[in-house]
Ligand binder design. Sequence first.
Ligand code: NDP
Length: 319
Amino acid sequence: KAVCVTGASGFIASWLVKLLLQRGYTVRASVRDPADPKKTQHLRALEGATERLILFKANLLEGGSFDAVVEGCDGVFHTASPFYHAVTNPQAELIEPAVKGTLNVLASCKKWSVKKVVVTSSMAAVAYNGKPRTPDVVVDETWFSSPEVCEQQKQWYVLSKTLAEEAAWKFSKENGIDIVTINPAMVIGPLLQSTLNTSSAAILNLINGSSSTFPNAAFGWVNVKDVAKAHILAFELPSASGRYCLVERIVHYSELLKIVHELYPAFQLPDKCADDKPFVPVYQVCKEKFKSLGLDYIPLETSIKETIECLKEKNFISF
Ligand code: NDP
């Protein structure tokens, strides 16, 4: 069976490609520049890649760009989308590639009558709707982020994911394409690629002395292996449908640092909050849909340890 993975060189997609190859699939994968070894070497080295991984060049902003890679696939995993915060032109750098890219990929899926499409969305498209989030609140798949709230708060990446998911569902309804969305919180765990991605950098920045304070924020976290497995099961299980929130635990940064300290007592960690306001409260995220895939979450402590061990091994941490 052949499947397609867009943005294959990325953090989550690399794990997805690895697990799909392990499961015997032929993987047709898109990257922006197949000739760049930094982006492709780790993919070509995966078990099964020589026989069953085919790389294609595609860009989210080019219409028709994904036609070739999607051709002949039973399923498509659309993961490609820019994820970084230092943007000067949010519309051009984040929103257009996220939204137009999603519609481009779905248009290719329609063209080749792909049976099922798994779209990598985000908790960013779920939890930002202005409703209060406190320890007794359980966020679930019925929540949708509000583009107006994202704009007011100038949360451009969050807005890009919210609009991209909205566009995906609209296209799915209008064109009768079966889609499922996977909505992870911050994804961490071992990196397969050689470059640093944004969510792994969030952990690195806490431990490399680049900041003396920690943000007054509470985020959800989930292991990249759980995220990749959820993508595959959402494709394989005929019963899988709708959205899947993926969060092992939501913690405030102060709590995250406590876990890092327990694991690595020698690390010099920031011990002051970036502001003197009360700590932003945590909230809960429903685990039922993730569990309905037959999965159990890897604990946050393990995910943090795996991330730091891998960052050391890859020399991102030099102490
Ligand atoms: P990465 O930055 O590692 O991967 C992003 C991928 O998108 C890269 O392969 C990148 O290609 C590709 N991409 C970006 N812009 C374009 C473009 N114009 N044309 C083609 N490809 C493009 O991030 P992650 O693996 O973390 O993210 C993957 C997906 O998961 C994204 O959709 C992200 O929004 C979502 N997500 C991530 C979370 C996380 O915490 N990591 C949490 C929730 C959702 P290139 O390598 O060439 O830059």
